[in-house]
Design a protein around this ligand. Structure first.
Ligand SMILES: [Zn+2]
Length: 256
């Protein structure tokens, strides 16, 4: 009934065996329906996108192994590549990439950037690879949930705790992935160079407009990719004068 989901991480307790079976079927029917919704939106990944996703998965598992983790023990998430804006349309808070725990899916938007795809997927995979457990207690009508270091508070609003710590760990691992894979793999070479060119000229342009260094760092410091960086860099290089490069960047900024 539930062969498409990994049921080891979801336990039903309380009630009679019949109640538990009924609730379990209901629960997985809901998850199946959610997956169908993602499937309806999903793009067929191009060969290159498929390669990027494969390289990313392998690298994430390698990094986790390096820290003594065992990726084979974790829940297998299905990845859905969806068009730009699809997550917002699904009224998800986080546009870009999203990990949907109970239906074991990762939904990632295509933003026209290979680096964005790789780092977005790596980020969600690091979350996905962390230990998970869910216990649904029919007697207490409650759900206990843990993912990585986060957990859902019992009773009340069921607030998720330690999410900031979890994000900090995942961001650090994603940075490691970026340095070790994105910056070194030929797949990303052209976009990495284009992003550097874009950042270099964006910094000069911001300085020419008297932006302070704090603002510049905030805008560009952790920028790893930029939509259409390759075509922007080519256009920037095609302009001779600094002024025409600046005018072009003002146009790009106005279009954001
Ligand atoms: Zn995250």
């Amino acid at each position: 009934m539930t062969e498409e989901f990994d049921t080891r991480f979801v336990k039903f307790t309380g009630g009679t065996e019949g109640d538990r079976l009924k609730e379990e079927n209901k629960f997985f029917d809901i998850q199946r329906k959610k997956r169908k919704d993602y499937e309806a939106l999903a793009l067929e990944p191009s060969e290159r996108q498929g390669e990027i996703m494969r390289v990313t998965r392998e690298a994430v598992d390698r990094i986790i192994l390096g820290y003594g983790g065992d990726p084979s023990l974790s829940v297998e998430y299905r990845v859905f590549l969806v068009p730009h804006g699809a997550l917002k349309a699904m009224s998800q808070e986080f546009a870009g990439a999203y990990l949907s725990h109970f239906d074991q899916s990762i939904i990632i938007e295509w933003h026209g950037s290979d680096i964005g795809l790789a780092t977005g997927l790596a980020h969600e995979l690091f979350h996905a690879r962390s230990p998970k457990s869910t216990r649904i207690d029919l007697d207490r009508d409650s759900i206990d949930f843990r993912s990585g270091v986060t957990y859902k508070e019992r009773g009340g609003e069921g607030t998720r705790r330690l999410e900031i710590l979890e994000e900090a760990i995942v961001s650090t691992l994603t940075e490691e992935f970026y340095e070790a894979v994105v910056k070194k793999n030929k797949l990303f070479e052209e976009e990495v160079e284009a992003t550097d060119i874009f950042k270099l000229w964006a910094e000069r342009w911001l300085k020419s407009r008297n932006a302070d260094s704090q603002t510049i760092t905030m805008l560009l410091g952790e920028l790893r990719y930029f939509r259409n960086a390759i075509s922007i860099a080519k256009t920037l290089e095609s302009y001779e004068s600094e002024n025409s490069k600046f005018d072009y960047l003002a146009g790009v900024a106005a279009g954001l």
